[in-house]
Ligand binder design. Structure first.
Ligand code: SAM
Length: 292
């Protein structure tokens, strides 16, 4: 290898050589710190058996690290101006596929079938922050076979993903993520580890997909509607939030009974409920008749 990327000099050299213009709309902040890159790869537990999906390879910095550790890397990059750069920086790796596409439009199941025989893949990315939640929730909800997702996200978003009841960061995202996976924050990363520097702090979070969901819910869609309704009006009581929500269609009396079945105060707020309690609430309601 000519020289590995992942340091400021080499990154600037490549950017100048190709006269590359950063596009803010694509959330382009490239990693320039080898220690952070090592930490991400270690947190993801990538081995020679693994097929890794990298979202947004940029100039190929993390892709080089991944290609050395994994069996195969499929890297999906939206910006066509980065493709010639990736072809150069990754030319020595025969185990990398560069795909010029929007990750939100890619048929990832098909990709997993093609590159990993439909066995679970690992997803590793320094994510474009403007679409962090749709990417992660899209991966979980579409039932793509996944072992773990290890991603750089905004620090505040990582905190929300791993919070529990009683924390100000606890919310619908915490519950949605924790229904599908076990979160673990592997590192906090300051803005000076990127070119250009983002205006926010970042963190590396690993989401290890549960083999079985941690709660049994007959109608997960209903549980997520209850969760959204509870946190849309988080200062209101759970009863009022659910009564007022256009997404929750049960008579007030039934909602009161459902809350009573949790053996909590009738004036409880949704933000104090655990995932198990939301599951219980959903299971109680799905056995009742909604409003006609
Ligand atoms: N992985 C590189 C690194 O760590 O230096 C770049 C990370 S940068 C934060 C995010 C990357 O995602 C950029 O290369 C950007 O062009 C790409 N990207 C943004 N939106 C995308 C999308 N919808 N699909 C695929 N890639 C996208």
């Amino acid at each position: 290898m000519e020289q590995k990327l992942g340091n400021p000099q080499k990154t600037i050299e490549i950017i100048k050589k190709y006269d590359f213009a950063f596009q803010k709309k694509f959330g382009q902040n490239f990693l320039i710190d080898p220690h952070v890159l090592d930490k991400i790869i270690r947190a993801a537990k990538v081995t020679k058996e693994d097929c890794v999906l990298e979202i947004g390879p940029g100039i190929g910095t993390m892709t080089q690290y991944l290609a050395e550790q994994a069996r195969y890397v499929a890297a999906v990059e939206i910006d066509k101006n980065l493709i010639p750069i990736l072809e150069e920086t990754l030319k020595e790796y025969s185990n990398v596929a560069i795909i010029n596409d929007d990750i939100l439009k890619v048929d990832i199941k098909k990709l997993v079938r093609e590159y990993n025989d439909s066995r679970p893949i690992k997803v590793v990315a320094n994510l474009p922050y403007y679409i962090t939640t749709p990417i992660i929730m899209g991966l979980f909800e579409s039932d793509v076979p996944i072992d773990n997702i290890t991603v750089m996200v905004q620090k505040e978003v990582a905190d929300r993903m791993q919070s529990g009841p009683g924390s100000k960061d606890y919310g619908a995202l915490s519950l949605a993520v924790q229904y599908y996976a076990q979160p673990y924050i592997a590192a906090n990363v300051p803005p000076n580890c990127f070119i250009p520097r983002p205006s926010v702090g970042s963190a590396v979070i690993r989401l290890t997909r549960h083999k079985e969901p941690p709660v049994q819910v007959k109608d997960p869609g209903l549980m997520f509607r209850l969760i959204r309704a509870s946190f849309n009006q988080r200062r209101k009581t759970l009863q009022n939030s659910l009564n007022n929500s256009p997404e929750v269609d049960y008579p007030k009396g039934i909602i009161a009974e459902a809350i009573e079945s949790l053996k909590v105060s009738p004036t409880v707020r949704g933000e104090t409920l655990t995932l198990e309690q939301f599951a219980q609430l959903a299971n109680y309601l799905s056995a009742q008749q909604p409003c006609g």
